[in-house]
Design a protein around this ligand. Sequence first.
Ligand code: FES
Length: 150
Amino acid sequence: MKQKEYDKIFSGFKGTEGDLLPVLLRIQEKDGYISEESVSQVSRFLRLSESQIFGVASFYPKYRFTEPGRKSIKVCMGTACHVRGGKFLSDAVGWKLGIGIGQTSDDKQFDFQRGSCLGCCTLGPVVKINDKVYSRMQVTGLKKILEQND
Ligand code: FES
């Protein structure tokens, strides 16, 4: 993002600590995530350290600090899905794509997110790729879906 765009976003705020979350949200709405450069800009604007910014924002799952992939994979780790094998699905995504939770593949094809309950517990374990929900997912089926989406 260019300096002009940061200035435009910051112009709507007073520059107090309480502006942190809404400022980050505005940046994320514009860029799709909060880059290191954005954290640095926010740090200067609000006079907060970068670690303070990460410390507060990382508490809220909606803030993302990695560039989104073209396809976003979310493995539900809510209780119902977890007990039905969500952890195995999460591990399978990691092995297959070589990325961990919160990361984006080098080719920017996929990003991998850990989801809380997606609201369809009886269909678990559930995986969501962009807006499509895959229910009663098994590791072998998930690997095939990832290959089809590659
Ligand atoms: S726990 Fe996975 S959909 Fe509810």
